[in-house]
Design a protein around this ligand. Structure first.
Ligand code: CU
Length: 447
């Protein structure tokens, strides 16, 4: 009995000492998954809530930022490995931004697909159902406590039966077990985090070199949309050497893909999140407004690789027109106009751009309090920075769309690469609605 106890304790000590490099790759089981989607004329964020066990109900919240004419959104969750599917529906009310919850179900961990249907459109979004696993140090600590309890009983029994040697041995085992348990607890911060159940395997050793950038083919259908008409912007991502679709995009600022479309003079500006219509293929429906050349900028990140930006171009109804002016401050702006410090920023030096939105309790959009998108006059350069903001009431690890807690003043630091005029747009969310404030900045040369 005593021998067994000591053997168990030694094994636990070995386990603590090992604390091997467990796979720490990927997202944690406690994090929600977010997919911004521009679908059926609506700008949505679909939030798949974290689950703590399976099988279990799975909450999926559809946040309607721009509900447009609203309508039905059908959700279906399917495990890639097979098994029953689970469905849910939310009905977005016309012109009513907000959070529309649905409860679906999952019966296993691992790779899943969430199908989103709205209007004529269908998007299939891959995600992993993860369930937290008990960390190794906790297993060790609990096992050691159990050993200590058994040894304590042995020591007491030895004392009652006047078996001194045995009692002393058991008492020693209690001490060793407690030391193991406390050591595990004290060392817990240094233990490699335990990968949650259902997490994909970490990258193979050769992946340390990084995956190659994806190649992008950007086109519009029809290839020359008319002003006022709807068109589809399609983006195909593929591997340059094999030609196979690149379909391993990671959630990056609450979306798989961020797309900005601007007309030459910047009066047309869309920040949208295309739906995934096939592996490696993303589409978004837009309505053309004005004739001329338009630029497309797409930002995404392959899993286990860096982020990248790709650009494309298309023309609306006829030949491109020369730049004819700059956007005015939108009537949508609620607070003050943006202020730049210094008033005339110097190229290559950080400038401060602030906007007092006048909104008490800004909400996060795409995980941030505010977004600043900057384009050079000719469209050759597009930059994007964030205001992480501070929540008025405490800070949340993952800011939720439903929490209206940011300070009204948004501040960004931005270094304009060259002198000249820039078009800029600040975006933030209020009452779930996205507000876009366009303005222009004149950047000077070295003083
Ligand atoms: Cu975006």
């Amino acid at each position: 009995m005593l021998k067994h106890l000591i053997t168990t304790l030694l094994a636990l000590v070995a386990l603590v000492a090992w604390a091997g490099p467990a796979s720490a790759h990927g997202r944690s089981a406690e994090a929600d998954v977010r997919f911004a989607q521009t679908i059926a004329g609506m700008e949505l964020t679909i939030v798949v809530r974290a689950s703590v066990r399976v099988p279990a109900p799975l909450q999926v919240d559809v946040v309607a930022h721009t509900p447009g004419r609203g309508g039905r959104v059908d959700l279906t969750i399917l495990a890639v490995a097979g098994g029953p599917s689970s469905t849910g529906t939310v009905t977005i009310e016309e012109g009513r931004p907000g959070m529309y919850p649905a409860v679906l179900a999952v019966d296993r961990v691992g790779p899943h697909e969430l199908e989103v249907r709205a209007g004529e459109e269908r998007s299939v979004l891959p995600f992993d159902v993860l369930v937290p696993r008990t960390p190794l140090w906790e297993v060790v600590a609990y096992a050691a406590f159990a050993c200590a309890a058994v040894a304590l009983i042995g020591a007491l029994a030895g004392a009652v039966l006047s078996r001194r040697t045995a009692a002393a041995g058991f008492a020693g085992a209690v001490v060793v077990a407690m030391v193991v348990a406390f050591t595990a607890g004290v060392l817990s911060p240094w233990f490699a985090p335990t990968a949650p159940e259902g997490a994909p395997p970490g990258p193979p050793p050769d992946a340390m070199l990084g995956r190659p950038n994806a190649q992008a083919m950007i086109e519009v259908l029809p290839d020359k949309p008319r002003p006022g008409s709807e068109f589809r912007l399609r983006m195909e991502l593929f591997d340059g050497s094999t030609g196979r679709p690149v379909d391993d995009l990671a959630e990056h600022h609450a979306a798989l893909l961020h797309v900005v479309v601007t007309s030459q003079n910047g009066s047309y500006f869309r920040h949208v999140h295309p739906i995934r219509t096939a592996p490696g293929t993303y589409e978004v429906r837009l309505r053309a407004q004005e004739e001329g050349r338009h630029r497309v900028y797409a930002e995404f990140e392959r899993a286990d690789a860096g982020g990248q930006q790709v650009t494309g171009e298309f023309t609306v109804g006829g030949p491109a027109r020369a730049s004819d002016g700059v956007p005015a401050i939108a009537s949508a702006a609620l607070g003050d106009a943006p202020v730049t410090e210094p008033a005339r920023p110097v190229a290559g030096r950080p400038a401060r751009v602030t906007l007092d939105t006048g909104v008490n309790g800004l909400q996060p959009w795409l995980g941030m309090a505010g977004h600043l998108i900057v384009r050079s006059q000719d469209g050759g350069y597009l930059g994007h920075v964030h205001e992480a903001g501070s929540m008025v009431a405490g800070s949340q690890r993952v800011p939720d769309e439903s929490v209206a807690g940011y300070e009204p003043r948004l501040g960004f630091t931005f270094s304009f690469p060259r002198p000249g005029q820039y078009l800029a747009w600040i975006q933030y969310a209020k009452d779930y609605k996205i507000v876009t404030v366009p303005y222009t900045i004149e950047v000077g040369d070295e003083p």
